[in-house]
Design a protein around this ligand. Sequence first.
Ligand code: HEM
Length: 175
Amino acid sequence: MEKVQGEMEIERWERSEEISDAEKKVIQEIWSRVYANCEDVGVSILIRFFVNFPSAKQYFSQFKHMEDPLEMERSLQLRKHARRVMGAINTVVENLNDSEKVSSVLALVGKAHALKHKVEPIYFKKLTGVMLEVIAEEYPNDFTPEAHGAWTKMKTLIYTHVTAAYKESQRDPQT
Ligand code: HEM
């Protein structure tokens, strides 16, 4: 079958940015610590994201007008999204050895945000950047240069798969 643009991009990514077994281990070790505080870290990441990129709040009916980070912290909609983001990333991290599972989880996320939530894909780049920043600050001793390199690949993996799903949704919006 003819390959669509998104699939070709994922293949190109797999060739150039492959995460080694050692890097997968580093990602999984750090993530197990992060995920033990799933809700707190998730909420910190989202608050920093919305403070640094206030236009990203436009998609959330219940806190799009909030400016105060303390008020954001109490928003149930923000907490719910934090749990969902962390849950999806957890599935990706747990399945780093199963590229089909990684692709299918991130394709679902990409498709829902493209078609249902109509989020500009650039926000995924910004959010994963903030995620890296917050994890590096919260776990400074674990965040060695090697860990930084591994997480940078992880960030690219998320963005590449999500944007490939956006392109596919635009090409074939009915499916
Ligand atoms: C790695 C990044 C992200 C992941 C894993 C993620 C995951 C999810 C999941 C699993 C859901 C619930 C199921 C669904 O409706 O699709 C969701 C809902 C949603 N997401 Fe995301 N998301 C991410 C980034 C973003 C970004 C960057 C935005 C906007 C700036 C966004 C906006 C929304 C909105 C508006 C909803 C619906 C919220 C609601 O109904 O209360 N997401 N997200």
